[in-house]
Design a protein around this ligand. Sequence first.
Ligand code: ZN
Length: 273
Amino acid sequence: MATVETLSLNTATVRVKWDLRQIIEGCQRHAIRGISPWRDQVAAIGLDETARLIRAAGLTVTGLCRGGMFPAADAEGRRAALEDNRRAVDEAATLGAACLVLVVGGLPPGSKDIAGARAQVRDGIAATLDHARRQGVKLAIEPLHPMYAADRACVNTLGQALDLCDELGEGLGVAVDVYHVWWDPEIERQIARAGRRILAFHVCDWLVPTKDLLLDRGMMGDGVIDIPRLRAAVEAAGYLGMNEVEIFSAETWWKRDPDEVLRLCRKRVVTSV
Ligand code: ZN
């Protein structure tokens, strides 16, 4: 069972009704100690102002969302992706983020070459890693559920992400999001293999039925994922960091009063994580 002090808020959870300034105030009002902002929300109020507000609120930044999206149809596109990832690394450094989360990207438009896309991901991470090491920013590959392989991430299992970590080395780890990996028969073995390379732990729940591939994630406890079992596994592997709640929910939670959502997150992190 997790304590409420372990709760970190991924700002996507309440992004529809609140801007980042309101989200930071909400964290203070609800005594939430961690935050993981999205770059577009940071840009909307300014990077330096975000850093100042987060510092003043005493929040731990459990991650910055997100870098990645490496594959592209041509060299120009790949170069643009690398430049954007360098900027993301710099932003993560300014915010003191525990990691820059990488959603690595899927197939370039018109392509059927998933092996090629995966090779582009490997090369993109390798190229970004030098800069990240210099800046003292850790990169966290987030494997996504295979239903996103075409359009969001062609790294789909924790084992596949760890193979990249093994190959590319220091400064690279993983973000374990229960929504993406809960179904994997290898998951506990791969969590043990990951060990200290687990840089973030994201929680929400898998609803049955799921009505939208992207925007119908559940509140912890409302679905079928045995979250406490996965939390115990990452702790046994050496991850003692926060539980980052990340819920994309267009029809349910994004429509609710964000204060109500945060109150429920505080409860559920204790009862259902
Ligand atoms: Zn996540």
